[in-house]
Design a protein around this ligand. Structure first.
Ligand code: SAH
Ligand code: SF4
Ligand code: F3S
Length: 491
């Protein structure tokens, strides 16, 4: 999974830029106000919805204005150095606010909290509470203690916590699309990556609570859910392996192991009018069973985020990705064979990993040409303290070379995105309308099954409508369509 931005083609510097989301204004008559600023991946944004829910139970409404807030949380990301630096700068900014409002409580949550623990309290004097991703149930206690002048840290990582019983407060919701966390943590240990250290061990959430959440969203008018995890294809739930206390309740309902393909099918069966997406798939364990399940259900979107990171097998081995170039290309071949050319495929790419040669960098470009990605998130390597790569390999590619290689990757992706978008010209596709276009309020935007943004005239259309469109024009980033039929019959 990756940073979710409004998809636009990025230049080199922008690709490394750090975006955040804030809470919106909510007024349900609670006495106190909470402001959350969330950085990083969609898991973090989804966690902020759990945090808002926990705080709501404890007397807080959310606000979009930190000046009005009694409590300010930064839900942070550690994935690249720049992500952490951005949060440090934000803390300086809040320092100025807190001078006028000393009673305001400031908390750092998420991956930076987990990585730096007590050190954050020492280094950033304005911080009152530091809470890791598995300890959010403890937030009300820690905030109460902070209000009495006692600072607190809880960075306990759990083997069981999935927050399955907490109904997230949907923040920044368009009322049409929502995210559902299905698993937490990561057991993969890619050598460049800090996530296994900040998010702990992999654990899967009870499938019944996932289906119930999808049913509830559908009943409230939502029409698309994205199942989230660092590595969704290794989702696995079995009654025996999970919390014994919960086992007693669920024993009759689930007697066999549920894998990701089974879960996908269970969610797809909620309604043919509920679209299902998922992210992220690790190339090592996306199975044909998952691909056939996607094929079987029209409402499972034909789009796979399959991060390759590098197109060279030696570099992939150093990265500890556990697959090589051939394995990856074989998975792409399976996707094309089972789901056809129209299935969207996107990737994440890292330029300038330790010891990467020019030829090895070229392998990334040639792999991109073979796969023809619709879109990619592209970065240059940023060494993270404590990771295997930081311990074992030298970060020896100079920054200007990393940036030049990244620019080449981005240029290649722009060409490929344009090429792929042009293939859609003249085709009829069904999109789900999810918002107004950034550029004009007489236009709506939606996405097609392959996850491409399509802009259409807004006349006669409402948010949450399915619209059959004919694609008439495109840029590398966006498709433009004419309306053929609003809410066509769907199986
Ligand atoms: N679980 C997902 C990735 C999560 S992190 C997966 O395995 O695909 C999102 C992306 O950030 C990664 O895919 C990788 O491309 C990038 N990334 C992670 N660590 C990085 C680092 N140290 N430097 C640069 N990019 C990094
Ligand atoms: Fe990081 Fe690898 Fe896990 Fe993805 S699969 S979160 S890149 S360790
Ligand atoms: Fe996500 Fe960043 Fe943590 S990408 S898992 S918030 S390090």
């Amino acid at each position: 999974m990756d940073l979710i931005k409004d998809i636009d083609i990025l230049s080199g510097e922008e690709a490394q830029a750090v975006d955040y989301k804030t809470t919106s204004d909510e007024n349900t008559g609670k006495t106190k106000k909470l402001y959350i600023e969330s950085y990083g991946c969609q898991m973090n944004f989804s966690d902020s919805e759990i945090v808002a829910s926990i705080m709501k139970e404890n007397g807080f409404d959310t606000t979009s204005d930190f000046n009005q807030a009694d409590v300010v949380f930064l839900n942070t990301c550690s994935i690249r150095e720049k992500a952490e630096q951005t949060v440090r700068n934000r803390l300086n900014h809040f320092n100025a606010v807190k001078k006028h409002k000393p009673e305001m409580t400031i908390g750092v949550l998420g991956c930076m909290a987990e990585r730096l623990k007590e050190k954050l309290l020492e280094e950033e004097k304005i911080v009152d509470v530091v809470v890791g991703p598995d300890a959010y149930r403890d937030l009300p206690n820690l905030v109460n203690a902070a209000e009495d002048g006692r600072k607190g840290v809880n960075t306990f990582l759990s083997r069981e916590e999935t927050y399955a019983d907490i109904a997230p407060v949907r923040l920044n919701s368009n009322g049409v699309t929502a995210f559902i966390s299905i698993m937490r943590g990561c057991d993969n240990m890619c050598s460049f990556c800090v996530v296994p250290f900040t998010r702990g061990r992999e654990r899967s959430r009870d499938p019944h609570s996932i289906v119930a959440e999808a049913q509830d969203l559908f009943a409230k008018g939502y029409r698309e859910v994205t199942l989230l995890g660092q590595n969704v294809d290794s989702y696995k739930w079995s009654p025996e392996e999970n919390n014994k206390a919960r086992l007693n309740k669920k024993e009759e309902e689930v007697s066999t192991v549920v894998n990701f393909a089974n879960l996908l099918e269970m969610v797809a069966q909620v309604s043919p009018l509920l679209r299902v997406r998922f992210s992220t798939s690790h190339p090592k364990d996306i199975t044909d069973e998952v691909l056939f399940t996607m094929k079987k259900y029209d409402n499972i979107c034909k789009y796979i985020h399959l991060p390759v990171q590098s197109g060279n097998s030696r570099v992939l081995e150093l990265m500890n990705r556990t697959y090589d170039r051939d394995w990856y290309l074989d998975r792409v071949r399976a996707i094309r064979e089972i789901l056809g050319q129209e299935c969207g495929i996107s990737s994440d790419m890292i330029a300038g990993f330790c010891s990467e040669t020019e030829e090895e960098h070229q392998d990334t470009l040639t792999l991109m040409d073979i796969v023809k990605y619709d879109f990619s998130y592209m970065f240059y390597y940023s060494e993270r303290p404590g990771t295997l790569a930081a311990k074992k390999y030298e970060d020896d590619i100079p920054l200007d070379i990393k940036k030049r290689r990244l620019a080449e990757i981005i240029e290649k992706q722009n060409q490929l995105s344009f090429e792929r978008n042009k293939l859609d010209l003249g085709k009829e596709q069904i999109i789900l309308v999810e918002g107004t276009s950034k550029k004009s309020d007489t236009e709506f935007k939606g996405r097609n099954s392959a996850n491409k943004v399509v802009i259409i005239p807004s006349q006669g259309v409402k948010l949450g409508d399915y619209v059959k469109v004919k694609i008439t024009d495109c840029t590398p980033a966006t498709l433009f369509g004419q309306i053929v039929e609003i809410n066509p019959a769907m199986a």
